[in-house]
Design a protein around this ligand. Structure first.
Ligand SMILES: Nc1ncnc2c1ncn2[C@@H]1O[C@H](COP(=O)(O)OP(=O)(O)O)[C@@H](O)[C@H]1O
Ligand SMILES: [Mg+2]
Length: 242
């Protein structure tokens, strides 16, 4: 069994009449690999994309499984039990939720005008989206950026606006940090949504929102001069209703 079943992903895209060619690997993380890819559909030829392929669910550790499933309402009792046991059915279920959450929330956020890459397509195990960067010139992560104080202030405010927008869309990112924000040509792109949770059904949503803010605050603390508590108060007001 392969850790990343790339051939399967490519054949699943082919079934949707999307031809995919991998150009190069961008990163290989704990849960996913990201490639620069080219794709063609019957309507569009040779477009560039970022292809995020998730690790085969049988080989993922699912150590943080509690976090992934907490508050997510599982209608079927059989599936609930399977998830608890972490058996084949349960793992597959979590994987489906994981990948479909990333695609669904990227779509909602993109439609809403948030700073996220445009999602293109998804299969059971992969999400294809707008590639941030140019063929040979990569975007960089916010954590590696060197901006002026004024630029950092703007960036902080954009991130905060996005947190509020996500909240309006009834979700919390849940892993927001300078590691999951890409900078490119004066634009920001927030990425990496599979762990996001619903503010409607997840009892951890409030804590996660505040944790996200703390991560962002830590990053900006020695870069900009703003009253972080004022922003935090705004978040408290928002969460008073959940
Ligand atoms: N749309 C994208 N355009 C360009 N690079 C991307 C894109 N999505 C992800 N990447 C690159 O892949 C890395 C991992 O993606 P991410 O979604 O954060 O997955 P994970 O952190 O779970 O491995 C990012 O840090 C970034 O370098
Ligand atoms: Mg990430």
């Amino acid at each position: 069994m392969q850790l990343f079943d790339i051939d399967k992903v490519i054949s699943e895209f082919a079934q949707k009449k999307i031809t995919v060619e991998l150009e190069r690997e961008l990163t290989s993380g704990k849960e996913a690999k990201v490639y620069v890819a080219r794709f063609s559909t019957p309507k569009e030829k040779d477009r560039i994309a970022a292809l995020k392929i998730y690790k085969d669910y049988n080989l993922r550790s699912f150590k943080k499984q509690q976090d992934y499933t907490a508050g997510r309402h599982i209608g079927s009792r059989t599936i609930r039990a399977a998830v608890k046991k972490k058996n084949q059915v349960g793992r597959q279920y979590i994987q489906n939720v994981w990948v479909s959450t990333e695609f669904k929330l990227l779509n909602q956020a993109y439609q809403h005008g948030c700073n996220v890459p445009e999602p293109y397509f998804a299969t059971k195990n992969a999400v294809m989206m707008e590639y941030v960067g140019e063929a040979r010139n990569e975007a960089f992560l916010l954590k590696d950026s060197e901006l002026t104080t004024k630029q950092y202030e703007t960036v902080f405010n954009i991130i905060f606006e996005n947190m509020i927008a996500f909240f309006d869309l009834n979700f919390v990112h849940g892993d927001l940090s300078a590691f999951n924000i890409l900078c490119w040509n004066d634009n920001l792109f927030i990425i990496d949504f599979p762990q996001a949770v619903s503010t409607r059904s997840d009892p951890n949503a409030k804590d996660l929102l505040l944790r996200d803010f703390d991560n962002i605050q830590k990053y900006f603390e020695n870069k900009i001069d703003v009253d972080f508590n004022e922003y935090k108060r705004e978040l408290y007001k928002l969460t008073a209703f959940i």
